[in-house]
Design a protein around this ligand. Structure first.
Ligand code: SF4
Length: 316
């Protein structure tokens, strides 16, 4: 097996160290269309649960990777969409649990946790990271733009019920966007709901990678620090403000930069051209944008990235 279709990485992850990703859905198969999504807009939101990719093939790839000495700090169900929409994601978590000592993590937007079968399947994970970035139906629609059949009350109830049943570690991400859900009065409302749910850790994040919508902009590090104390337990900041690089990260980032020096590309074109997962590409584009090495420009519905030509800019 030369190249995996459903596994990607390991990628460096702030939360999970070296994380081996497992992608269970085709591009942007999601129940949300978050304004901050690093993968772009959701073409068609869905709440249909089915076997989007063949479970047997995912298990074969995992088995091969483990047998050939695959190493990572976590195996993470994440990727191009919402993993709990895959009707057999629990079998994949169970396989990891039974066949490996590497802990399994599930990154979910939590919309499906109101279903008992989804809670049972998610319980095979060692860590489940849920999301909560709104405090009522109106803010839910503004930030996450959920499928029309999804109700905010059900999102919160699903998380509470899961917390009461789940024996593993429950982490919560709160994604904050400048001017949309970040004023302290609103963050307090999110924090109050988070306290009722009772996660073990709360991590606040902001827009540090190219978002689906230009108007989704980041809070400063200072603003983030000021908000951490509104949460119980006190929130950690997970956003990658730092530009420290490991050797691997530096090499991948340089490769993307050199590609963009030749011609402007979309994130998908970079992923296809370099054989990387879109999540990885987005991570590096975020770093390059933050250090002003590249620019982004929207053309119709696509976002193109290009390298900043400092010599040319100096002359003009
Ligand atoms: S951020 Fe996650 S939950 Fe939101 S649209 Fe993107 S993939 Fe879906």
């Amino acid at each position: 097996m030369e190249k995996y279709h459903y596994l990607f990485g390991p990628v460096p992850s702030r939360r999970f160290g070296r994380s081996m990703g497992v992608d269970l859905t085709p591009y942007k198969t999601c129940s949300f269309d978050c304004v901050f999504c690093q993968l772009g807009r959701t073409p068609q939101k869905t709440i249909v649960r089915k076997e989007y990719v063949p479970t047997a093939d995912v298990l074969a790839e995992l088995e091969h990777w483990l047998k050939t000495g695959g190493k990572a700090d976590y195996i993470t169900l994440s990727g191009s969409g919402e993993p709990t929409l895959h009707s057999r994601f629990g079998e994949i978590l169970e396989f990891i649990h039974t066949n490996s000592t590497i802990p399994a993590a599930l990154l979910t937007n939590a919309t499906m946790l109101y279903l008992p079968e989804v809670r049972d399947a998610a319980a095979y994970a060692d860590v489940v990271k849920v999301s909560l970035s709104a405090w009522n139906q109106a803010s839910y629609e503004l930030v996450n733009r959920p499928h029309p059949q999804l109700r905010f009350d059900r999102l919160v109830e699903g998380q509470k019920t899961f917390r009461s049943q789940f024996k593993g570690r429950l982490w919560m991400e709160v994604f904050l966007i400048a001017g949309i859900n970040s004023i302290p009065a609103d963050v307090r409302k999110i924090a109050a709901l988070a306290k009722e749910i009772g996660p073990d850790r709360i991590q606040i994040n902001t827009v540090v990678r190219p978002p689906a919508e230009d108007y989704a902009t980041a809070l400063s590090k200072e603003q983030m620090i000021a908000l951490t104390h509104l949460f119980h337990p006190t929130a950690e900041i997970i956003a990658e403000f730092s530009t420290n690089h490991t050797k691997d990260v530096r090499a991948n980032q340089d490769t993307i930069f050199f590609m963009l020096q030749r011609r402007p590309c979309t994130a998908q074109q970079i992923a296809d051209g370099l054989g990387m997962h879109l999540n990885e590409v987005s991570k590096y584009l975020g770093k390059l944008l933050r250090t002003d090495q590249i620019r982004m420009q929207r053309k119709n519905t696509a976002i193109y990235y290009s390298a900043v030509n400092r010599e040319k800019e100096k002359k003009t």
